[in-house]
Design a protein around this ligand. Structure first.
Ligand SMILES: *Cc1c(COP(=O)(O)O)cnc(C)c1O
Length: 402
């Protein structure tokens, strides 16, 4: 028998749960792309897109996913033969490094593994060793969605400043923007990339690149840039089509308008960050109790200070993570994330990892429900676990909702 009939819950880190209001806003006839409702509405997006990133500077939109905005950032940042320093804390920093290297940029990667945060002493040493200031930019993820390690961006900025290295700071906020606190200007970030389908609660299809005036100046002569990827006309469009270098992502834009209204004007970013903080803490509290009865169960990131607030990676011991994911999807209507990048899919160890997303349009009942379905699955599958997880998660929610 299955108890999955009802509204399914996709608890993978993107696409995230989309509000019905966002989907309804998209459900309309094709709009005129030359004048009228669409171009008028789009003018209201720019101040809100700056607000969500914590910047007063430039923003360029692309019809692209996260991989697309990596390339958008790369092509504007670099010229052939430039050097980049990439800080990798899981899977996504490595992939961004690959996309930079493919353009003929020399890339040095500091790889901190699959569960550890950035070691700032190593970053400092690498920057000091570059006395000729050949690194044009330092690239990193705010939250690596595979390991769920969160990087302390203000600390990274402070290290770069203390060394006096002039490199630009470029941050991938694809997994965290609209979930985890972020202030582009206050934290001294020069380039920020994000995509619509995670914390911004819109279907995959819009990619965002915010860039500082300093980055604009420093990158004026970047020779990798082609007309389509050039961020300048997108940020400074004189005519509507230039925002997209062609046809606008018409329906997504109406969805984005609705989501920004919900996040910025109705709930407010501090409350959005708090909601994600509490839901993350609830998930961690449950895992702490479960792991007390089974040493194979553990969160991937040991120190809560280094954990992302939008998604949590965990171990259950192979093959239990895969068995549990199948159970929760088919019996309970909750789809959990695979353990990305922890082991190759053909390695038996692969089946020991999973991720629980708590990203975007999620609330207490969804996270508590997902945890309860996980516990039901572990019971049904005879996976041992310690007691008290659900009450511990409920206590976190009770406290967080005060
Ligand atoms: C999802 C994600 C990406 C990749 O985005 P796609 O839309 O799948 O191309 C890159 N970086 C991070 C941190 C992500 O979470």
């Amino acid at each position: 028998m299955t108890l999955a009939h009802g509204r399914p819950y996709l608890a993978i880190p993107g696409p995230s749960v989309m509000p019905d209001r966002v989907l309804s806003a998209m459900h309309r006839a094709a709009p005129n792309i030359y004048d009228g409702a669409l171009p008028e509405m789009v003018e209201t997006l720019w101040p809100d897109l700056r607000r969500v990133a914590g910047t007063t500077q430039n923003v360029a939109l692309y019809i692209a996913n996260g991989h697309g905005v990596w390339e958008a950032a790369n092509m504007n940042l670099f010229s052939r033969g430039d050097r980049a320093l990439v800080l990798a804390t899981g899977r996504f920093g490595l992939s961004w490094a690959e996309s930079v290297r493919a353009l003929g940029v020399e890339v040095e990667v500091l790889d901190f593994g699959k569960s550890a945060p950035v070691d700032f002493a190593q970053v400092e040493a690498a920057l000091r060793a570059d006395a000729a200031h050949r690194y044009k930019a330092v690239l990193t993820t705010h939250v690596d969605t595979a390991s769920t390690v969160r990087t302390d961006i203000p600390r990274l900025r402070a290290v770069m400043d203390s060394v006096g290295h002039p490199a630009l700071l470029a941050v991938d906020c694809i997994a965290s923007l609209g979930c985890d606190e972020f202030h582009m200007d206050a934290w001294g970030v020069d380039v920020l990339v994000a995509a619509s389908q995670k914390g911004l609660m819109v279907p995959p299809g819009i990619g965002f690149v915010w860039f500082s005036e300093k980055a604009r100046e420093r990158c004026r002569a970047s020779d990798l840039r082609t007309p389509y990827w050039d961020w300048t006309p997108r940020a400074d469009a004189a005519e509507f089509w230039q925002y997209w270098n062609g046809t606008a992502p018409t329906h997504h834009l109406f969805g984005l308008r609705e989501s920004l209204t919900m996040l910025l004007d109705e709930e407010g970013l501090p409350a959005v960050w708090h909601r994600h903080e509490v839901l993350a803490q609830a998930v961690w509290a449950a895992f702490d109790r479960w792991s007390a009865g089974n040493p194979d169960i553990a969160l991937n990131v040991a120190d809560p200070a280094h954990r992302g607030r939008s998604v949590t990676a965990a171990r259950l011991g192979a093959p239990h993570a895969t068995r549990l994911r199948e159970w929760t999807e088919h019996k309970g209507g909750v789809t959990l994330g695979i353990g990305l990048g922890m082991a190759a899919p053909n390695d038996p160890a692969y089946h020991g990892f999973l991720r629980v997303a708590h990203m975007g349009h999620v609330n207490a009942h969804m996270t508590l429900g997902a945890l309860a379905v996980m516990e039901a699955g572990m019971t049904a599958l005879s996976i041992p676990f310690g007691p008290g997880a659900l009450s511990a998660a409920a206590a976190v929610v009770a406290e967080g909702a005060r």
